[in-house]
Design a protein around this ligand. Structure first.
Ligand code: IMP
Length: 186
């Protein structure tokens, strides 16, 4: 069983491969740009999946994710990519320097679509806190800042395998994988 994952992010490909291995799904990676519309993660994933499925003429998945920080009114959220490229982790730590409420969530929306059907969405969330400094050099982007609930280490200090056991992406991709096995009829 195979699925085409559309992303320009090699870290996401590595994580998704590790997760799909548990479900006997082979991942084919295609780096194909698509417009990211204004809206929430679900809107972005729905539009992207439909756009690429029609363009490539085959079933695909896309994934849109972000970090949502409660004391910053859920910023950067859907702007996570831009904020990472501009102010980065140091900028986030600065914005939060006086905040005692450190609660944050990573959220992931996986969109599946075929050229002839409407998109289907699978969601995953992981709760945690923003640490007081960057910790670790595994993973990518906000990983060194995010300490998942029940842990003392950040995602940046965990291996991909460990992160993959319970991350936001694990949850959304696992929901997709279980549904997809039925859908394909294997
Ligand atoms: P997008 O889903 O490619 O639009 O990514 C949004 C941005 O959220 C990424 O560029 C990262 O900055 C951030 N992000 C999403 N998932 C993760 C993760 O698992 N770890 C760290 N940062 C993430």
């Amino acid at each position: 069983m195979k699925i085409t994952f559309i992303t320009g992010n090699q870290h996401k490909v590595k994580e998704a491969r590790g997760i799909f291995d548990n479900f006997g799904i082979e991942l084919e990676h295609v780096d194909f740009g698509y417009p990211e519309i204004q809206g929430d993660l679900v809107d972005v994933a729905k539009f992207g999946a439909k756009h690429v499925a029609v363009r490539l003429g085959r079933p695909v998945i896309v994934e849109d994710a972000g970090i949502f920080i409660k004391s910053l009114k859920w910023f950067p959220g859907t702007y996570s990519s831009y904020v990472q490229d501009t102010i980065g982790n140091k900028g986030i730590l600065k914005l939060m320097s006086d905040n005692t409420d450190r609660y944050a969530e990573f959220r992931s929306a996986v969109g599946f679509c075929t050229p002839k059907t409407e998109p289907k969405i699978f969601l995953g969330t992981i709760s945690g806190v923003i640490g007081s400094s960057e910790q670790g050099n595994h993973g990518f982007a906000y990983d060194p800042l995010f300490i998942p609930e029940g842990y003392t280490q950040s995602f940046g200090e965990l291996s991909t395998d460990e992160k993959n056991k319970f991350s936001h992406r694990r949850k959304s991709l696992e929901k997709f994988a279980m549904w997809y096995k039925d859908y394909v009829g294997d």
